[in-house]
Design a protein around this ligand. Sequence first.
Ligand code: ATP
Length: 503
Amino acid sequence: MKEELNILIQAQYPLIYLVTHEEERAEQAIFDLAKINTEHRRVFVWTVTHGMVDYGQPRRTTRHNTVSPEAAIEWVVRQEEPGIFIFKDLHPFIEAPATNRWLRDAVVSFKGTEKIVILMSPVQQVPIELEKEVVVLDYPLPNLNQLNQVLSQELKRTKSGSTSKEVREKLLKAALGLTEDEAEKVYRKARVKAGRLTEQEVDIILSEKKQLIRRNGILEYIEEDETIDSIGGLEELKKWLRQRSDAFTERAREYGLPQPKGMLILGVPGCGKSLIAKTTSRLWGLPLLRLDMGRVYDGSTVGRSEANLRNALKTAESISPTLLFIDEVDKAFAGSAGSADSDGGTSSRIFGSFLTWMQEKTSPVFVMATANRVERLPGEFLRKGRFDEIFFVDLPNLQERQDIFSIHLNKRRSDISRFDVEQLAKVADGFSGAEIEQAIIAAMYEAFAQDREFTQLDIIAAVKSTLPLSRTMTEQVTALRDWARQRARPASASVAEYQRLEF
Ligand code: ATP
């Protein structure tokens, strides 16, 4: 990013928007670049509290009457010397007609003057009028080297003052994905809590990081206790995942294997798509981040949704190798598949940004997307090569339903020999995994209310009183099956065989 900023400054881009939470680090970087480029190029910083101040000078050196955004911009226009003028948090004012107009006129007047305005803010909020004049840059999260400097400072404050290379690496990796300020805070907290920074403190740092990621509201750190063995059936899919469990290791790189990009799991609701994504995290030993697409969308300001998406992807990349789980991707991108531009084209733009990111990403972020309705997905999403594989999860067959009954009964009772799972599986024809689980729970409630242990008959009664989705949504399920038959890989071995027979 620093190089890109340098190029923009050298190329005299008059208006740059820098999106960052780390003002100090970004200001310092701009100052360093200003010095490299032209010795006499001065840097000024504007805030609504102090007006325009020389960079690094005490606040009393405020330029007179520059607290109002318009006065500050006017002051910048009047300057004859070259300079970089950083406006911190101008975004709440920028929509005001006068400020907006001042800024546009200022930018025009900068031609040939070596003056540059940098808008710095944690949120991207560019009014339509300025969209064509401004270049938006994201200030990246710190890399391992930068975090190392933060850690070194903190280690100096501990009794031992240093640590082994291995522990240092673990402490650093645990803080990846945080800003420098955040990293400093979590290291400090761990040091204060334990009086040291050793391997034992890695967990404190990780849990702090989870808190911080949760707070951003778009990504969620998911922890799953279940393993892949708690999924009944889906043998083909499980085999595929098991084969790739070491895909992100150094050993795989040395062997010459490409890093897997992602998978799309299509399927009937309640058949374990989300469960697969969650248990893969354990199987592969990688963190799982859920991207909440609903929260990405923010209609309040143009560009806000894109910025949300970019930030979330940036965080995921900085934590990589990681799994990025996007549930019900069909809902998220539904708008871009339809013709209607009902949301002003936001979903199309978001979809475009997401595809570009998937195409270009080099960091090991494995995307696990799930979808129930394929007709709502834009065609480009399903194009060959976009994902490593598209799997179709169908309703469980007889054998799979037996496995699912056994798994869920075993979770609740240590001895399940009194149940005839084959019979249960037969009665539950057309049931999804989720519906099987619900039938067991309903049977347990029934028996519990009568103060007795639940039985085979309770489960059969619960099954019989349930109308499964496959019957209420027959058309949808059939349409999905027809589509998937030709274009997706079946997740279950038996379906695979059935398909081989068909073609
Ligand atoms: P949706 O499309 O509605 O989100 P889904 O396909 O993602 O559904 P899950 O949320 O993974 O389904 O399934 C819900 C629950 O049903 C799981 O947490 C699990 O307890 C149970 N379940 C579903 N399929 C299976 C299975 N194959 N084996 C064991 N349990 C299952």
